[in-house]
Every structure is written in structure tokens, then in C-alpha cells.
Design a protein around this ligand. Structure first.
Ligand code: NAD
Length: 491
């Protein structure tokens, strides 16, 4: 834990509709990663504070679940408008605490709002099914109900979008929600909570408890918290999934990634380079849908690698609030150090360093320049591990089949993209690649809110994914009524 050097503002928890100072004595510094400036102190709250939030949330749930669904939806309509009205401020907060540039931050705000819009369709989404005449005089109806108190644990890389995958749908379905945001990016959540209150959400339906593992364990063990949505790294997701399941909770854990993009000989190379650069180096590579590896067919490999390097050379690195900046910092000094170690490891293991981002390391923030390796092999650490930084590996392959075989050796299977102009290649790729989200001639195949965010293998633990109809199912439980109505005897 970093030592607090200044009197940076102490962030409070949001419980029962009030901002309350944490009872903890432990605070962690929140930095602006582009300047290393200490911008706030975040409490590492205690288990007792989770207990209090859960008690409040349980009480709020008993009333909230009975609020007519269209009234709940109306609060989300208000919320959508408030988020729209505040989108510049929300984006500014994201850039300050996360480092991504303003355009990307605005994009994130848009993706968050999209989830609120989807959840506002709650009256339709919550409808059950029914069937008359299942036997003589008998019918069956399937109703949906909320499940109770839901906990959400979120990562630093999307402080707005990822929480919005969770709480809008959860509360629209009639649940109450406790959010544990990343301790690295707590500022945006304050604004999310304030605007929810302004939208008219009753006290206690949404709470925020800041902290780290003690709060997570408090959520995982609390008997009144019935379901957990987690997004973050694989080791933590695995832990959350196991401990939550052991406590008989419903758990969905969206985890790490190592996304492969394939470029075939017949691809439009200009488009491929533009999209891959944006995917690999946008948000400093700190996206679970970032392109981490390109498998490129031999016929265009040399030309593609040269174009990639040229495009990377032109990226402007700096503070995301400044005009024209594309590449911001990674989130913390540890992440910067870890990335530099990975680059060194890549060199030691024999990969060819085409572009060395270490040369332009800027010391005023946690920057790493765009880095490109080629000649990467599947036994190298830089191919296997999720680096989560602006480091791209290129693997040369002789055809599409080999490209798919390479990608499928990864333990992760979040997204995968293909650049080609051949329909048969697209079909082969779609049918054979291990990935839950596929992009054809695009760089970041992140589905919109009404489709599930559907990672496979070690990129997801659980059954029901976030978003889409999976989200509706995850935050509801069903009750099936089978009834006999005897036909009246009119004689
Ligand atoms: P992280 O796993 O370090 O943290 C995620 C959350 O877990 C945070 O709230 C954190 O406080 C908590 N946490 C961390 N360590 C913990 C521990 N030991 N015990 C209990 N809780 C703990 O992840 P991060 O660094 O914030 O985010 C980056 C990761 O998230 C990457 O691996 C990325 O791929 C992944 N991610 C995945 C998706 C997806 O949809 N699959 C989306 C975004 C991010």
C-alpha cells in the first residue's frame, strides 16, 4: 500500500443514500497515472461496513421489489438523461483516474449509457411465458422475480462501463445492489451514485463500499448477498467464483484475456493496421478486448509488420486530457514496471523487438510506448501471459488453419478477430476459433448491451454472462405456476 503523502480528499462510502466516512484506518492513494499526482485517498473499508450495507440493501429490497416495474424503469430513463447531460464531466473523471484519452473515455460513457437504455426495457425484459391447455383445464405460467441483494466487484480499466453492465439491469429487475469498485478508480463511481439519487432511486437500493480484498470477502461470505457479478483478472475471478459458489451464491466472473487477431493475405492491410493499432494500443492496451497477438499469413507478413511499426511511430503519447493524445499511461508504477519486465523477457526468450516502447518511457507518468514483437512463438512468456499493456506480439503463420491452431492454444478465449475478404475463411474462422466474441474486419469485437459479453475458457467462470438476455436471467429467478381451472358446468 502506498504511503499517503498529501492531504488528498478522503473518499466516503455511499450507504443508505448517504456519504459516510469509512471506519477503517487504512487508506490507499489514488493517483492520476498521467501525472503521478495524488488525487484522493480511498478507504479500504471493513467487513462490518459490508454487513451494514447488506442490511440496508436487504431492507430496501423488500420495498423496491414491489415497486411496479414501469416505475423502476422510469428512474432509469431519468438516469439515462442525467448521464447524457453529464457525459463530458464523466469522461473527464475517467481520463483523470484511468489515463485513457478523452475520446475513448467518452466512448466508454456511451457504452455505459447503452446499458442503462437496455435495462430501461425492464417491463418487456421481465415478462415470463405462459402456455394454456397443457392438459385438460390446465395451464402453466413462468413468472420472473428479483433475487435479492446483489454484489458487484469491478476492475480499474472501465470504471463506468463495467459497473453499468451490472447495476442498471440488477435494479431494473427489482434487486438492490452493492458495488465494490476498483480501489484504483473510485472517482467516477461517486458521480454514478449521485446521479442515481438525483434520478429518484430510493435510499439503500444502490450502495458503494470502497476497498480491496476484505470488502470482496465480506461480499462473498455474506448470507444476504445472493448473487455476485465480478469483472477482473483471472486469478481473482477464479477465487471469487470458487468462494462465492462454495457459499451457494450465483456467480458470474468475467476474467482475463489474450485476444488473437488473424490477418490473411487477402485482407485490406490499411484497414487491418488502423484497427489493430487502435485495438492493441488504445487505452494503453488495458482492455479485456485488446488485440494482444496478431497471427499474420506469410505472404503479407513483412509488409504488414512494416506498416504496423510505421503507424505505431505516429501515435502521440501523453496526458489523455491533451489534444491529439492517443496513448495514455498504464494505471500504476507496478504495471509499468511489470510491462518493462515482460519486454525484457520477450527479448531474452528470442522474440524480435521491432519497436521498443521502453525508449520513450516518460517519467512524469506511468507511460510505456507502443511495443511490437515479431517472430513470437507459443512457448514464450509474452505469448502466454496477459500483459495488459501496449505490447503487441506478431506470430507468422502459413495459413488460416495454423492461425486458428495457434490462437486455440491460449488458455483464454475472450475475443478474436479476422481480417480477410473471403467468406469461406470467415466461416472457417467462426466455426473453429475458441472465442466467445468474434470480429470480422474490425479490431474490438465488444458486443453491444443487448448481446451477452460471452468469453470462453479461462476468460469466464459461470454460466450466465453479463448483458443481453443472460443479464436478465442472471438477475432474476423464476416461478412456474401450474394451475387447474375446471371448465364450469353450465347445466
Ligand atoms: P483485478 O482482478 O486486480 O481487480 C478486480 C477487482 O478485484 C477489483 O475490484 C479489486 O479490488 C479486486 N481484487 C483484486 N485483488 C483481489 C484479491 N486478492 N482478493 C479479492 N479481491 C481482489 O483486475 P484489474 O487489474 O482491476 O483489471 C484488469 C483485469 O480485468 C484484466 O485481467 C482484464 O482482462 C480483466 N477484465 C476483464 C473483462 C471481461 O469482460 N472479461 C473486462 C474488463 C477487465
Amino acid at each position: 500500500m502506498a504511503e499517503v503523502k498529501t492531504e488528498a480528499r478522503k473518499i466516503k462510502n455511499y450507504i443508505n443514500g448517504e456519504w459516510v466516512e469509512s471506519k477503517t484506518t487504512k487508506y490507499e492513494v489514488v493517483y492520476n497515472p498521467a501525472t503521478k499526482e495524488e488525487i484522493a485517498q480511498v478507504p479500504l473499508s471493513t467487513k462490518e461496513e459490508v454487513d451494514y450495507a447488506a442490511e440496508v440493501a436487504k431492507k430496501a429490497f423488500e420495498e423496491w421489489k414491489n415497486v411496479p416495474v414501469q416505475k423502476r424503469a422510469r428512474i432509469l430513463f431519468n438516469y439515462q438523461q442525467l448521464l447524457q447531460n453529464n457525459k463530458e464531466e464523466l469522461a473527464r473523471l475517467i481520463t483523470i483516474e484511468n489515463g485513457k484519452n478523452t475520446t475513448e473515455a467518452l466512448g466508454e460513457v456511451g457504452r455505459g449509457i447503452e446499458n442503462v437504455e437496455f435495462a430501461a426495457g425492464a417491463p418487456t425484459l421481465m415478462m415470463g411465458d405462459s402456455l394454456t391447455n397443457i392438459a385438460t383445464d390446465m395451464e402453466a405460467t413462468n413468472y420472473r422475480y428479483p433475487i435479492g441483494v446483489v454484489g458487484g466487484i469491478t476492475p480499474f480499466n472501465f470504471p463506468m462501463m463495467v459497473p453499468c453492465w451490472m447495476f442498471p439491469m440488477a435494479i431494473a429487475m427489482g434487486n438492490s445492489f452493492i458495488l465494490k469498485p476498483s480501489e484504483k478508480t473510485p472517482l467516477l463511481t461517486e458521480k454514478l451514485a449521485d446521479l442515481l439519487e438525483e434520478a429518484g432511486l430510493p435510499k439503500g437500493v444502490f450502495s458503494v463500499v470502497y476497498g480491496a480484498h476484505d470488502v470482496v470477502n465480506g461480499i462473498l461470505d455474506h448470507p444476504e448477498i445472493k448473487a455476485i457479478s465480478f469483472v477482473g483478472s483471472k486469478p481473482v475471478g477464479e477465487y471469487v467464483y470458487k468462494r462465492g459458489s462454495e457459499n451457494l451464491k450465483r456467480v458470474q466472473a468475467l476474467t482475463g484475456a489474450k485476444n488473437h487477431t488473424t490477418v490473411l493475405n487477402d485482407a485490406d492491410l490499411d484497414d487491418a493496421v488502423k484497427d489493430i493499432i487502435a485495438s492493441a494500443f488504445g487505452s494503453a492496451g488495458e482492455r479485456c478486448m485488446a488485440c494482444a497477438v496478431v497471427t499474420v499469413e506469410d505472404g503479407v507478413a513483412d509488409e504488414f509488420i512494416a506498416m504496423l511499426k510505421g503507424a505505431a511511430d505516429n501515435l502521440k503519447m501523453g496526458n489523455g486530457l491533451d489534444d491529439g493524445v492517443f496513448l495514455g499511461p498504464v494505471i500504476r508504477e507496478d504495471n509499468q514496471k511489470r510491462t518493462l519486465e515482460y519486454i525484457e523477457k520477450g527479448v531474452q526468450e528470442g522474440a524480435n523487438l521491432v519497436r521498443d516502447g521502453r525508449k520513450e518511457k516518460m517519467d512524469n507518468g506511468y507511460f510505456v510506448g507502443p511495443t511490437i514483437f515479431e517472430g513470437v512463438k507459443t512457448d514464450m512468456t509474452i505469448w502466454k501471459d496477459e500483459i495488459f499493456a501496449p505490447v503487441l506480439s506478431v506470430v507468422r503463420v502459413s495459413n488460416l488453419k495454423e492461425a486458428v491452431e495457434v490462437a486455440n492454444q491460449s488458455e483464454f478465449a475472450n475475443g478474436a478477430c479476422l481480417f480477410t475478404s473471403n467468406a469461406s475463411s470467415i466461416r472457417y474462422f467462426r466455426e473453429n476459433i475458441d472465442a466467445g466474441m468474434i470480429g470480422v474486419n474490425l479490431g474490438v469485437p465488444a458486443p453491444m448491451a443487448f448481446f451477452p459479453f460471452s468469453g470462453w475458457k479461462s476468460s469466464f467462470f459461470g454460466t450466465l454472462h453479463a448483458n443481453g438476455k443472460d443479464g436478465v436471467d442472471f438477475y432474476t429467478r423464476k416461478k412456474v405456476v401450474t394451475a387447474r381451472y375446471k371448465t364450469p358446468d353450465f347445466k
